[in-house]
Design a protein around this ligand. Structure first.
Ligand SMILES: Nc1nc2c(ncn2[C@@H]2O[C@H](COP(=O)(O)OP(=O)(O)OP(=O)(O)O)[C@@H](O)[C@H]2O)c(=O)[nH]1
Ligand SMILES: [Mg+2]
Length: 248
């Protein structure tokens, strides 16, 4: 029997067993299968965004912090030459998060951009004792992170962890914040003077903050928080709490 279901939309040679109703049902089933596949694929991607990146310049304390969070151990470290990755259950009973410690070496630091598509949050670790000497380098790396396409589009929250607060020469977080703001302010002009193209690491030549106003982290759409910590003293609960809060 042949019902005029497809009304001649599909050429006769594609009609299964000469039955339009059967053909229509098969088509519907195909559309449903494709729909389910697409929603699983894209719905799943959202769940994949449970990665927290630990970034910062060399010697800031990233790997020590990474091991304290992932295995509650204090380890002797050497300069990282590749990233460390772990699944960590920050809150008992809650699903685990993926933590990635990115090497700080200038030739490896770009790797942070490879993880940006799955990044939920970023911890930027600063050595509070050398911050005045390193302010330019810190601002440059931070600028790359803040102007990254994913940071901007998804308003990725950023924690600036002012580590090594146990050292007598360590700067307090307020001073670190204003040093970084001053340095980023200077960088804004040079960065935006470059050609209006996207860099290979995915950072765009965006002007951070408002034109005609000194740069302030408060002017960003991202939530940027500063905390003081000391991996040496195992005083990193503020990092763990922040991580737990952003993935909730
Ligand atoms: N005093 C003090 N030293 C620390 C603290 N955290 C880390 N360190 C020391 O700083 C040095 C560098 O620590 P790492 O964790 O290896 O540094 P990193 O940021 O991973 O460095 P790269 O892998 O080179 O990017 C080590 O000697 C640590 O013991 C801290 O809170 N206080
Ligand atoms: Mg390291």
């Amino acid at each position: 029997m042949s019902l005029p279901v497809l009304g001649g939309i599909i050429p006769q040679q594609f009609i299964i067993a000469n039955n339009e109703l059967l053909t229509a049902l098969v088509l519907l089933a195909l559309v449903a299968i494709i729909g389910i596949a697409v929603s699983t694929l894209f719905g799943g991607k959202k769940n994949v965004k449970n990665t927290i990146l630990i970034t910062g310049l060399p010697f800031a304390g990233k790997t020590v912090i990474y091991y304290q969070i992932s295995s509650s151990k204090t380890v002797e470290t050497v300069t990282s030459i590749q990233e460390n990755e772990a699944e960590v259950a920050l809150i008992e009973g809650k699903s685990s998060i993926h933590i990635v410690d990115i090497p700080g070496h200038e030739r490896l630091r770009f790797k942070f951009s490879e993880f940006m598509p799955i990044a939920r949050a970023i911890v930027f670790v600063v050595d509070s004792a050398t911050v005045s000497r390193q302010s330019r380098l810190l601002a440059e790396y931070l600028y790359d992170i803040l102007s990254n396409k994913f940071t901007l589009d998804e308003k990725i929250p950023i924690l600036i962890a002012c580590n090594k607060s146990d050292l007598l020469t360590a700067f307090r977080k307020d001073r670190i914040q204003s040093l970084l703001e001053t340095e980023i302010n200077k960088l804004r002009h040079t960065r935006t003077a470059a050609l209006d193209t996207q860099d290979s690491d995915g950072s765009e030549n965006v002007y951070l903050g408002f034109e005609g106003k000194d740069f302030s982290f408060q002017d960003l759409e991202n939530d940027v928080e500063f905390i003081e910590c000391s991996a040496e003293n195992k005083d990193i609960d503020s990092i763990k709490d922040w991580m737990a809060a952003v993935v909730l």
